[in-house]
Design a protein around this ligand. Sequence first.
Ligand SMILES: O=P(O)(O)OC[C@H]1O[C@H](O[C@H]2O[C@H](CO)[C@@H](O)[C@H](O)[C@H]2O)[C@H](O)[C@@H](O)[C@@H]1O
Length: 370
Amino acid sequence: MDLSNSSPVITDPVAISQPLLGGLPSNLMQFSVMPGGYSGSGLNASVSRLKIEEVLVSGLLDAMKSSSPRRRLNLAFGQDNSSDEDPAYSAWMAKCPSALASFKQIVASAQGKKIAVFLDYDGTLSPIVDDPDKAVMSPVMRAAVRNVAKYFPTAIVSGRSRNKVFEFVKLKELYYAGSHGMDIMASSANYENNSEKSKQANLFQPAREFLPMIDEVTKSLLQVVSGIEGATVENNKFCVSVHYRNVAEKDWKLVAGLVNEVLEAFPRLKVTNGRMVLEVRPVIDWDKGKAVEFLLKSLGLNDSENVIPIYIGDDRTDEDAFKVLRQRNCGYGILVSQVPKETQAFYSLRDPSEVMEFLNFLVRWKKHSM
Ligand SMILES: O=P(O)(O)OC[C@H]1O[C@H](O[C@H]2O[C@H](CO)[C@@H](O)[C@H](O)[C@H]2O)[C@H](O)[C@@H](O)[C@@H]1O
């Protein structure tokens, strides 16, 4: 499929019009990007403004998870079952049951249908670590993903840049959507030695217009956080991450304040809060959910009667994908979490090791049902 002209470039809400979609294949016309968050003639200031309290709460929750004394003790003994004993977690599990325990129901509903697998990267395929450059995927996890891709169309949908996540995953047989879905390679063949022209033809980059702005904001962010110990900035091509995982808690507010200040000069960018990371990205109506819809459509898997998409992710940005699956009333979102969270997912898994187990279950089930 040639997607070379299909990236609708958005410069101005008023300028959004069909001619921009000239080269988009007709079945993908619905994937035009509308500006999200614009209010009237300008941007609502709250769109880009970060709620500093939110940074504190979500950062603290994340920190608590990795530092609770009981969990540290359990980990030291090679087990991590602390959340089993927590009544709040058990109550949550009743609403969002384990995808391992519910495996039979999941595959029963997929009988005679085609499963498509969508996987987030950080916190899903690789454990969360302090240094984002060291978030490698274990060889056993890679083998599990490779096996899954032998039987089911499989895509990685990550906040990382597409190239970076490919460097971690290293599997040419998958589809990749980087930058929170804003950089989609709709053909796995393009990780072979194909020409630049053919690679471009299969790219869908709805925020291409924002590249210079992202480079510019990266420079400003690097400058403002340079004095804060532990703060780092990661350019993810169509979005930027400001990491505060290694920043002293007393300075989290400062980091959030500085990011807010920088964004005053970039009204077409917004910021959201992930796992101890502030994610700056274009204000366009495009997210991981839209990316999943796009991939389903472009891979010929849009038949919701006969295709069961399974999306596994751990982060807030994955909620957009869970929501899409709920709204389509097909497939399952699976949240990776060790703490109760408000979610649109149907099922849960506790950590990447359970994700691997689930993927292995899928492969075994498929082999036996063939
Ligand atoms: O959509 P994802 O693939 O989950 O990407 C979201 C962010 O993931 C990475 O940051 C997270 O993982 C790091 C490594 O474990 C960790 O150090 C950091 O605190 C986490 O937030 C990535 O580095 C970010 O750029 C992504 O936005």
